[in-house]
Design a protein around this ligand. Structure first.
Ligand SMILES: [Zn+2]
Length: 719
């Protein structure tokens, strides 16, 4: 699924560099005389040699071959082709020496039987029928009969005819603006454009406002010709390309709609599943994705008031809201027949058992299923993961063992709602209390711009390890990343901007498989990727031809991401002391509290008492300073120190969960109810303020203060 934020095109600069540096750079070697001091290691000398060996293995050409194999066929979750990719992964994992199993789950998912859209203008003239098949001149992959028709995962079924209203990005503020103009959405079909929030949130708010159906289209302003040349002449979205995707209410819970908190194993009885219509994470109305080819005639026929500032998209006519009194509306007919069934999906788990701390898992995961071919999303990540596994395998074959157990995971059905990862996390929740990190990669490579998101305790870890990986653009990944700081807004959040000029690491919201790990069971997580101009997200054109033309023709960024991803696992698995930076964490929390306090004062909630939470955050920072002193000079009972460090993150969970969404238990990070992808920081408090619910804000401030107090006491128990 993954939220993608398009970064600025670097114009001709990058391809030129590629020509100058055609081959992989040698792995950077640590200076022989004085190994660098690396956080978490008493003496990095031996580890530097292991890392050097690892970094020499991931191979650009082999990564390219994996990508070609993985994207040879459309491989929608639960399809026979998806099963074949699972077997390919298992074979590669085993060849690397990983103890490997394919783990199946039975989960509820829809596939489309009929999807139809028709529209008539105010005079009753038919202006469009669709969806039009995705097509451009010369793409070698588009005509495969297995390409699934554009549809929305979790869409309702039905047949509805109603007048259309244009609602911009369908953000909360867009709906409020329509309400301000007295435009009633009850029984209407809402036309949204993609962008700005998660598509499930668009449908959620439309449903709350009484809409009968939703159309979501890709406006050329957001990822089409307005940005640059469209595929096949460039990387941007062509006229007929459609963004498929899930409209699940992900901010309630992720995973199988019938089993929140429970793993949908094959033997789970039906009685243990809740009926989908009673589940909290499924919309009830129809939702259909459209290309701008199909949306343009509807938009052009809409009359009524012209759109407010900022609502005009890139199509060559002025946009109107529709539904002016007396003007007559555009009538739209939607048909959606969705085949809902419990279907089998397959995660692939490969394990290298730890020699010293086998119960402390280091987990590195990427999803494998795709809406169609998924060259960028997710197969670039999968190809990079396979080369990381290749590198770890080379060490294993030499007899090396990680100190902690490393698991590589190939998740299924991420696109339908993080299903494979969520079910596995729910099944292994107890063991995961000891897991020391989850490293995610989804869109591995869409271009040359490295970016990352993480819990604050792992932000410095990421910056430090990217200093050891060469960039195809010269120097290190870290150097290029830092240079590109302005463009790196991987996931927006409501957090205040980070201070300082270091490489920017974003906060974790949602939209990929780290969500169950961090936000349900409290495993410290990161998410990495390498971005660029990418307009074919979730369309048939996200394929090998597009990838080799636009993203990474020599697979050098696949190699780079394999090195970074593998190094995350390697460095974490072998660390003497877990390299969590709780000073940074405590400071981040303090800045979140400051910002919320300011907002509360501005909104007239001056009586809210932030002092107990702020005092607890200050105690957490003091405990973090003390722990940091022990972490930089590791000695004594390291197992005990590591346990305390790990339990500090767990202490930030609240047993009761967040208001209206108990599955989400992290008090510092959650996907926003009204943003979806983007993180809401200290969500209990901030969402209460957004809802202007003062008594809820009081209760949530108390919950937060208790969590921070628990974390401070836990961390303070280090000796
Ligand atoms: Zn993805």
């Amino acid at each position: 699924m993954v939220s993608f934020i398009i970064r600025r095109n670097r114009l001709g600069f990058f391809p030129l560099l590629l020509l100058l540096i055609p081959g992989p750079l040698p792995a950077q070697s640590a200076p022989q005389s004085a190994p660098p001091a690396v956080f978490g290691y008493a003496d990095f000398t031996a580890q530097a040699k292991i890392e050097e060996k690892f970094l020499a293995v991931p191979d650009a050409e082999l990564a390219g071959r994996h990508l070609k194999t993985l994207t040879a066929e459309p491989h929608l979750a639960s399809s026979p082709e998806d099963r074949r990719t699972a077997e390919y992964m298992a074979e590669k994992f085993r060849a690397a020496g990983l103890e490997t199993e394919i783990v199946p789950y039975r989960v509820l998912m829809n596939q489309p039987k009929v999807v139809r859209v028709e529209a008539w203008d105010a005079a009753g003239k038919l202006v469009m029928t669709g969806p039009t098949r995705e097509h451009v001149e010369g793409d070698p992959f588009q005509d495969d009969p297995r390409v699934v028709m554009p549809f929305h995962g979790s869409s309702g079924s039905g047949d509805v005819t109603a007048e259309a209203v244009y609602a911009n990005y369908c953000r909360l503020e867009d709906f409020d603006q329509l309400a301000g103009q007295h435009i009633d959405l009850h029984g209407k079909i809402v036309l949204c454009r993609y962008g700005a929030n998660f598509r499930g949130v668009k449908v959620y708010i439309a449903e709350l406002r009484g809409a009968a159906g939703v159309l979501i289209y890709s406006d050329p302003q957001d990822d089409g010709y307005f940005k640059g040349d469209a595929y096949p002449n460039g990387p941007w979205r062509p006229e007929t390309a459609v963004q498929r995707g899930s409209v699940q209410f992900l901010f309630r819970y992720s995973g199988d709609p019938e089993t929140p908190g429970v793993a949908s194993t094959l033997d789970l009885p039906d009685a243990a599943r809740i009926p989908a219509e009673k589940s909290g994470n499924q919309p009830h109305i129809i939702s259909i994705p459209l290309s701008y080819h199909d949306a343009a005639p509807i938009l052009q026929a809409l009359k009524g008031p012209g759109v407010p500032q900022g609502w005009q998209g890139g199509l060559p006519f002025h946009y109107h809201l529709g539904l002016a009194s007396g003007a007559g509306g555009v009538k739209v007919h939607l048909v959606s027949q969705q085949d809902y069934q419990r279907r089998i999906i397959w995660d692939v788990i490969g394990k290298a058992k730890g020699s010293e701390y086998p119960d402390e898992w280091v987990i590195a995961g990427n999803h494998r299923d795709a809406w169609v071919y998924g060259a960028v999303d997710p197969s670039s990540g999968t190809a990079a993961m396979l080369e990381a596994v290749h590198g770890i395998g080379a060490l294993l074959h030499e007899g090396w063992r990680p100190k902690r157990t490393i698991l590589f995971c190939s998740w299924d059905a991420e696109e339908e709602g993080l299903i494979g990862s969520t079910e596995w996390v729910e099944q292994n929740a107890k063991t995961l209390e000891r897991a020391v990190a989850y490293f995610n990669m989804d869109v591995g490579v869409a271009g040359p711009d490295f970016s990352a998101a993480a819990v604050p305790s792992l932000k410095q870890f990421l910056r430090e390890l990217t200093r050891a990986v060469p960039s195809p653009q010269g120097a290190t990944v870290y150097d290029q990343w830092k240079k590109d700081r302005s463009g790196n807004e991987r996931r927006a959040s409501n957090a205040p901007p980070e201070a300082g000029q270091d490489a920017h690491v974003s906060d974790l919201g949602s939209g990929s498989d780290f969500t169950p790990f961090l936000q349900h069971v409290g495993v410290p997580s990161t998410d990495i990727g390498s971005g660029g101009p990418y307009g074919v997200y979730h369309s048939v054109f996200d394929n090998y031809a597009w990838f080799t033309q636009n993203a990474d023709p020599h697979f050098l960024y696949l190699q780079e991401m394999a090195r970074v991803f593998g190094l995350e696992a390697l460095r974490m698995a072998d660390a003497d002391v877990l390299p969590y930076d709780y000073v940074a964490y405590a400071r981040a929390i303090d800045s979140y509290l400051e910002a919320a306090k300011r907002k509360a004062a501005e909104d007239g909630f001056a009586s809210l008492d932030f002092a107990p939470a702020q005092a607890a955050a200050a105690r957490l920072e003091a405990a973090a300073q003390k722990a940091h002193g022990l972490q930089i000079t590791p000695s004594g009972d390291l197992a005990k120190l590591n346990l305390v460090l790990r339990q500090t993150e767990t202490a930030l969970l609240t047993e009761a969960g967040l208001p209206n969404r108990p599955w989400y238990r992290h008090t510092i990070y959650a996907p926003g109810e009204f943003t979806g992808y983007a993180a809401v920081v200290i969500p209990g408090v901030n969402e209460a303020l957004d809802a202007r619910d003062e008594s809820r804000a009081v209760r949530q401030l108390a919950v937060l203060a208790q969590a921070l107090e628990r974390a401070a006491q836990t961390l303070d128990s280090v000796q």
